[in-house]
Design a protein around this ligand. Structure first.
Ligand SMILES: [Zn+2]
Ligand SMILES: [Zn+2]
Length: 273
């Protein structure tokens, strides 16, 4: 191995460490902060627990360690994206940008990822793919915030592929993405992801009955996906499930039930068993 190859390898190693550090800290901060909020919420939040069933210690362990594996694949994807950038295949910049550019680029990326996630997720639920790819995530029947990245290797690769694919598409269209928009997108992704797996509904009463907020996914939405299977495939917004007829028939009803329990204690009855 010559000196140039050695330099390249150490550069790749360094980038890989930075990428994994960024992905790991996002996961630990988001899941850790939400766990702390739910714990601090005490009885006030406990009445909003969606399922009667509780996650076991082995669920937490599985969710945590498979999320660490996902972080590794996210790191590999970041390196691949940087290599693609070196070869001029993808284009993004860390130079100056306007707030308007940042806002629309972040919004476009979130909306595009929501579509990517919906269709990819439905694809992984196909009986020929489910066992090999997505069954691992569904081992969490009662998800916790730590399930956010709990994927099999194949699912981790499919999930991580979005960013390079998206940047490839925008580069082909001649759009230079702002690095900070990608950063905001990634933070938004993990925050919404841990909220979806919280197990306790944190959105306010009336959320699903408001003309605007009804399009924004809640914890109950994704929790119903984990407890009942073939409904609610969307990640951030409800529109794909509504357009495609895959919204859980009792979604709004369950949300109203969970959020109207204020002040009561959860005894025998829970929204979902
Ligand atoms: Zn699923
Ligand atoms: Zn999930």
């Amino acid at each position: 191995m010559n000196a140039a190859q050695q330099t390249l390898l150490s550069k790749i190693g360094e980038h890989m460490m930075h990428a994994m550090y960024f992905d790991l800290s996002r996961y630990l901060i988001a899941a850790g902060v939400l766990t702390a909020i739910l714990w601090a919420g005490g009885r006030w939040l406990e009445v909003r627990r969606i399922q009667n069933r509780r996650a076991k210690r082995q669920d937490y362990t599985r969710e945590f360690f498979s999320s660490i594996r996902t972080v590794f694949f996210f790191g590999v994807t970041t390196i691949s994206t940087l290599v693609m950038r070196e070869y001029g295949l993808v284009n993004f910049t860390i130079q100056e940008f306007s707030i308007l550019t940042l806002a629309w680029q972040t919004a476009v990326m979130v909306i595009a990822h929501d579509a990517y996630f919906y269709w990819m997720h439905r694809g992984l639920h196909h009986r020929k793919l489910f066992k090999a790819t997505h069954l691992h995530h569904h081992k969490s029947r009662t998800p916790t915030p730590w399930a956010a990245y709990s994927f099999s290797t194949w699912e981790a690769i499919t999930e991580a592929a979005f960013v390079p694919l998206f940047l490839l598409a925008t580069s082909l269209l001649g759009i230079t993405y702002v690095g900070f928009a990608i950063f905001l997108f990634l933070w938004h992704m993990i925050i919404r992801n841990v909220i979806g797996h919280a197990g306790i509904e944190i959105y306010p009463r009336g959320w699903v009955d408001n003309r605007v907020t009804q399009w924004w996914n809640t914890t109950t939405h994704h929790d119903l996906h984990h407890s009942s299977g073939n409904y609610n495939f969307g990640l951030y917004f409800t529109w794909w499930d509504r357009w495609m007829g895959t919204e859980h028939p009792r979604y709004k009803q369950e949300f109203r039930k969970v959020t109207s329990r204020q002040g009561e204690t959860v005894t025998g009855e829970a929204a979902v068993n």
